[in-house]
Design a protein around this ligand. Structure first.
Ligand SMILES: [Zn+2]
Ligand SMILES: [Zn+2]
Length: 362
C-alpha cells in the first residue's frame, strides 16, 4: 500500500510502498477513506517533538473495516469507524477510573517482541506506527481499542476530523474544563482546534465567547462558529481587551496554539477563580511563567490531552450533534487533497490560512 513516511526529523513526507501485516488477536484492518492533516503531525515533521523514524505519520482518520483478528467482536467487516490515538489498555489505574485518555499501559495493546511489525518496508525492515495509527496510508492496522464504530450516515471525511481536532477542542470545553451555561469564555487561536473550542462553548451554553486570533479571516469563521466577540491580537493586547470586555476577566480560557506567550495570556485574562486550559502542544523544553501571587485568587492553569476524551462515548455523540445540524464540520474542511499532495497540504497549513486539509483515498 502507499503511505507517507517521515524518514528523518526534520523532514518532508515521502510516499512509499509500505507493507501491512495481517491482523493478529485484538487487531483490525481498516481501509482508510479520509485522513486529516493535523498540526501535531507538522510538529513532528519540524522536529519540535521527537518521533522515532522512519514512521508513517497521520492520526486523524476514518474508514471501513476490512478484516478483524482473532477475538475481535466489537466490529466486523463493513463497519464504519473513526480511529483515535487515545488507545486504551482497559486495565491500568487510569483506565479503571474512567480516564482512558491518560492510559499508562498502552504497550499492552502493542505487538509483542517476536511478533512481526505491523508496518514494514518491502525488504522486511520495520517502520514505526505513529501514535499506534499511521493514517497517512491506504490502510490502517490498529488495535480494536483505538477505534469507535459510527453511524453509516456520517460522511467519512467529516468523521475523520472527529478523530483528533474536533474531539480535542470540544472535549477541552466539555470534559477538561466543564464549561457551564452562562459562563464567560475566551479562546486564543482560531484554527481547527480553537474553532471547535468556540463551538463547544456555544453548545455548552456559554454566555460570552471571545475569540482571539491575528488573522481576520479566522475571526470571521469564529463568529460563524459561535463567538459573541472577537479580538484581533495583532492590533490590541488581548489580555487588556478581554478584561475590558468582561469587566475583570473570563471564567474559562483556552489556549489553542501551543505558544508559551499565549498560554501566559490565557492565564492572565482570567477572573478570580477562573481556569485556563492549554490545549496546544508547547514545544519540548519551554517553560510557562505565571505571576505567583495570582494563585491566591484561585486561578488555575491546566492542560488538556485529546480533550480528556472517553472517545467511544464522546465520538458517537459528536456524530449525532453533526447529523442534527448542531455541530459545524462542513466548514472545517477547507481542502480535499490526494495523498501525493500531502507536503503541499502541510505547506499551506504553515501559512496559517487554512482550517483543515483532508486526504481522500479513493
Ligand atoms: Zn491531531
Ligand atoms: Zn490503561
Amino acid at each position: 500500500m502507499r503511505a507517507a513516511v517521515l524518514e528523518t526529523q526534520p523532514g518532508e513526507l515521502i510516499i512509499q510502498d509500505i507493507r501491512l501485516d495481517k491482523p493478529l488477536a485484538g487487531e483490525v484492518l481498516v481501509r482508510t477513506v479520509a485522513a486529516g492533516l493535523c498540526h501535531s503531525d507538522l510538529h513532528f515533521m519540524e522536529n519540535k517533538w521527537p518521533a522515532p523514524c522512519p514512521a508513517v505519520l497521520g492520526h486523524e482518520s476514518a474508514g471501513v473495516v476490512e478484516a478483524v483478528g482473532e477475538g475481535v467482536t466489537y466490529v466486523q467487516p463493513g463497519d464504519h469507524v473513526i480511529t483515535c490515538l487515545s488507545a486504551y489498555c482497559g486495565g491500568c489505574d487510569y483506565c479503571l477510573t474512567g480516564r482512558l485518555h491518560l492510559c499508562n499501559n498502552r504497550a499492552a495493546i502493542d505487538r509483542k517482541p517476536g511478533e512481526p511489525p505491523r508496518l514494514s518496508r518491502p525488504d522486511g525492515s520495520p517502520v514505526n506506527q505513529f501514535f499506534r495509527l499511521s493514517s497517512f496510508a491506504e490502510q490502517l492496522l490498529v488495535h480494536e481499542h483505538a477505534m469507535v464504530k459510527i453511524d453509516k450516515d456520517m460522511p467519512l471525511d467529516r468523521a475523520a476530523l472527529i478523530g483528533c481536532g474536533v474531539t480535542t477542542g470540544l472535549g477541552a470545553v466539555f470534559r477538561t474544563a466543564r464549561v457551564e451555561a452562562g459562563s464567560t469564555v475566551a479562546v486564543i487561536g482560531c484554527g481547527g482546534i480553537g474553532l471547535n473550542a468556540v463551538q463547544g462553548a456555544r453548545i455548552a451554553g456559554a454566555g460570552r465567547i471571545i475569540a482571539i486570533d491575528m488573522h481576520p479571516a479566522k475571526l470571521e469563521m469564529a463568529e460563524e462558529f459561535g463567538a459573541t466577540d472577537v479580538i484581533d491580537a495583532s492590533k490590541v493586547d488581548p489580555v487588556a481587551a478581554v478584561k475590558e470586555l468582561t469587566k475583570g476577566g473570563v471564567e474559562y480560557s483556552f489556549e489553542a496554539i501551543g505558544l508559551k506567550s499565549a498560554a501566559q495570556q490565557a492565564f492572565n485574562m482570567l477572573c478570580a477563580g477562573g481556569q485556563a486550559t492549554v490545549i496546544g502542544m508547547i514545544p519540548m523544553g519551554e517553560n510557562i511563567e505565571i505571576h505567583g501571587p495570582d494563585l491566591l485568587s484561585e486561578k488555575k492553569l491546566t492542560g488538556s490531552n485529546m480533550g480528556s476524551n472517553r472517545f467511544r462515548v464522546d465520538m458517537p455523540r459528536y456524530v449525532d450533534l453533526y447529523l442534527q445540524g448542531r455541530l459545524k464540520l462542513d466548514e472545517l474542511v477547507s481542502a480535499r487533497i490526494k495523498l501525493d499532495q500531502i507536503n503541499e497540504g502541510f505547506a499551506t497549513m504553515k501559512t496559517g490560512a487554512v482550517a483543515r486539509s483532508v486526504i481522500m483515498f479513493d
